[in-house]
Design a protein around this ligand. Structure first.
Ligand SMILES: Cc1ncc(COP(=O)(O)O)c(C=O)c1O
Length: 216
């Protein structure tokens, strides 16, 4: 099966596109859906009583249902739209983080986080006096069980971890991390930006408190 024919940008280019970790190419189906929305339904969702706005609202809310099914969330209200993963991570840090963290609480990150899951937590630490603690990797570029157990302690209030690393390709055992964090009374934010296109994610089974990803 020639999957390339689904991607117009590749049709007249004799290249293998290998930069999907940064930006994925869009297949016809996606381009056509965006095009159709702008041609037939574009209006302000939730803010108008006229028919076009109501149709736009239905389309917009329909996506919430699809995303709920896609990650097997319990309630559609759990799905929060943002501009991208960076904005979602900032939103969690500036809302949950600033409201709930205090001096000497610990935020545990891995050393392989994307900047978008590092800088917001540095800002939260500056504002609250909480401390950052990093889980380091071993010679196989993995976080060992010992490292997880050493860094997630009774002081830990937040663990923010990437599911799959955009630099190393490491797949972190987030279920193990979540289980231990919950035992210690901490919440977990999983950055699924790199895993969501590659594997089925079931948020109820994973038991994460927040899951963040972008549509690219
Ligand atoms: C692991 C990871 N987290 C976060 C981001 C930021 O994503 P966005 O561009 O949606 O803000 C990226 C982008 O490549 C990423 O690879």
């Amino acid at each position: 099966m020639d999957i390339r024919k689904d991607f117009p940008v590749l049709v007249n280019r004799d290249v293998a596109y290998l930069d999907s970790g940064a930006t994925t190419q869009k297949p016809y189906k996606v381009i056509e859906a965006v095009d159709e929305f702008y041609k037939k339904y574009n209006a302000n969702p939730h803010r108008g009583a006229y028919s076009l706005s109501i149709e736009a609202t239905e389309k917009y809310e329909g996506v919430r249902d699809k995303v709920k099914e896609f990650i097997n969330a319990k309630h559609r209200e759990e799905i929060i739209f943002s501009k991208n993963a960076t904005e979602s991570l900032n939103l969690i840090a500036y809302s949950y983080g600033l409201d709930n963290l205090k001096e000497d609480d610990e935020i545990v990150l891995s050393i392989m986080e994307h900047h978008s899951n590092l800088v917001p937590w540095q800002k939260v630490c500056e504002a609250t006096g909480a401390k950052l603690s990093y889980m380091y990797i071993n010679e196989n570029y993995e976080i060992s069980d010992e490292e997880i157990e050493k860094k997630i302690t009774d002081k830990t209030k937040v663990v923010a971890i990437t599911h799959v690393s955009n630099v190393l390709g490491t797949i972190n055992d987030v279920k193990k991390i979540i289980k231990l964090a919950h035992k210690k009374g901490a919440i977990v934010i999983v950055d699924a930006s790199q895993s969501i296109p590659h594997e089925r994610i079931d948020v109820q089974e994973m038991d994460t408190d927040f899951l963040v990803f972008s549509r690219t």
